[in-house]
Design a protein around this ligand. Structure first.
Ligand code: ACO
Length: 432
């Protein structure tokens, strides 16, 4: 393929096809192949979509080589340092930072929707007590689609808005209920006088028999963790939400599909896996053994929390997360967490190892988030749930952008078929 300035040429069997090259504001341009099958009767092949842009988007930008992450143009470092999670939600949904009136209106609308329909609380008892909270999340968030008929006409902008706000408001309540059910404690209702993160910590850690006051340093760390996870352009779960939504499906069901995808250990499940790995390593002297295993082609073991499809440089979120881990441990007076020692040493060893340098494998956000979340009091099984809670706004923003895009079509990839060619059905008496 010879690329020119604004068009590319594709040559096949003596014929030449002109393809438009489209440029974004920043980042790689794209070759528009949408007419290729119509004109040349050929598909493109890209398993895992490593070089395929599935949509046009104005929401999040990542430069994996430089370690840059922008939400609507705002650097993640600035949002995490100066902003709040709800402000970040506003940015992702509406495109700009809110002014004071807009921020107040948005915050009070989210607060107003935090309670769940009371009947939904009975859903939880249908799950086994030892069910993974992510399984509960998939089921209960999917069930929202059966409860809110007044916000499911996706062609009505007002209803899309209500559905979006409901999800951001109710996900913490559902996540906290999944946790309480998991540990056998009574559900704690939301408190609308608290900020988003404090309310979530309250629903998770308060019990009816005692006073609970969320520590503001820990609430701020929780809020920052939510900001860091809020969106990440067209990753697997976001693409799942877009694909599910492209058929016009119910938005709550689409978010449940995103949660299902996020659960996998190669995606959101990695924070749980990273902490389990650090626990398994146990002491810094065992690090070389695990690093050798990660490098061994015949061993499926990988260093969890290392490597990323897009970041081939330090994940900018990992740096902020590392700082949050220190703040939380400092506030809680945990000065010598052996897992933090293992993590620090492992990071040092891996960053200096030829294998990791050559493959450009750097710590990702999950490397330090597990340590932070554990110190906040969450069991490992809740880590991916917290990720899902925070990512909900990104999924919704991307879903809304897709629905509002006039060129939107149902997502329908093609394939390279390598199965049998047409053959006759044989009655069972004639089969060998
Ligand atoms: N440990 C050891 N080797 C690794 C690791 C790792 N963590 N990650 C990648 N590699 C190696 C692969 O074996 C492969 O080697 P090869 O070229 O010799 O075959 C090479 O690096 C490229 O790896 P791929 O799996 O092809 O890269 P891909 O972009 O598909 O995968 C992924 C990215 C899934 C994140 C991968 O790095 C991984 O499995 N990491 C561990 C899990 C993890 O931390 N996931 C969190 C992702 S971030 C998030 O979802 C928030």
């Amino acid at each position: 393929m010879d690329v020119k300035v604004d068009t590319a040429q594709f040559k096949l069997d003596g014929a030449t096809y002109e393809l438009n090259v489209r440029h974004g504001t920043i980042g790689p341009s794209v070759v528009d192949i949408s007419g290729l099958y119509r004109d040349a009767k050929i598909f493109t092949y890209d398993p895992g979509y490593t070089a395929t842009a599935s949509c046009e988007s104005k929401i999040t930008y990542i430069d994996g080589d430089e370690g840059v992450l922008l939400y609507r143009g705002y650097p993640i470092e600035q949002l995490a340092e100066h902003g709040s999670f709800l402000e970040t939600c506003y940015v992702l949904l509406y495109g700009d930072l809110p002014n004071n009136a807009q921020r107040k209106e948005f915050e009070s609308a989210i607060t107003y929707h935090t309670m769940l329909h009371e009947q939904m609380s009975r859903f939880f008892s249908g799950f086994r007590r030892d069910a993974h909270p992510m399984a509960v999340m998939v089921g209960v968030v999917g069930a929202l689609s059966a409860f809110y008929h007044d916000s499911t006409d996706i062609n009505d902008p007002q209803q899309r808005e209500i559905a979006s706000r409901r999800m951001i408001a109710k996900l913490p309540t559902i996540a906290a209920m999944a946790y309480k059910y998991h540990i056998g404690q009574p559900f704690v209702y939301p408190r609308n006088d608290l900020d988003y993160a404090s309310n979530f910590l309250h629903m998770c850690f308060a019990v009816p028999c005692e006073e609970y006051k969320a520590n503001p340093v820990l609430a701020r760390a929780m809020d920052r963790i939510f900001i860091l996870h809020a969106d990440h352009e067209q990753n697997a779960s976001t693409s799942t939400v877009r694909l599910a939504g492209s058929s016009g499906a119910n938005p709550f069901a689409c978010i449940a599909a995103g949660i299902a995808c996020l659960w996998g250990p190669a995606h959101g499940g990695a924070n749980e896996a990273a902490l389990t790995m650090l626990e398994e390593i146990g002491t810094p002297d065992r690090i070389p053994e695990f690093v050798e295993r990660a490098k061994d082609k015949n061993d499926p073991f990988r260093l969890m929390g290392f490597g990323h499809r897009v970041y081939k440089n330090y994940d900018p979120r990992a740096k902020i997360m590392q700082k949050a881990a220190h703040e939380v441990l400092g506030e809680l007076g945990i000065n010598d967490d052996p897992l933090l020692d293992v993590a620090r040493e492992l990071e040092k060893v891996a960053l200096n190892d030829e294998y990791f340098i050559e493959k450009r494998l750097y710590p990702n956000i999950d490397f330090y988030s597990g340590i932070t979340l554990r110190a906040l009091g969450f069991p490992t099984s809740m880590f991916t749930v917290l990720f899902a809670l925070a990512r909900t706004v990104g999924w919704i923003a991307q879903w809304k952008e897709m629905i509002e895009d006039p060129s939107q079509k149902i997502g329908r990839p093609r394939q390279l078929y390598t199965g049998p060619v047409a053959r006759e059905y044989l009655p069972s008496s004639k089969r060998i």
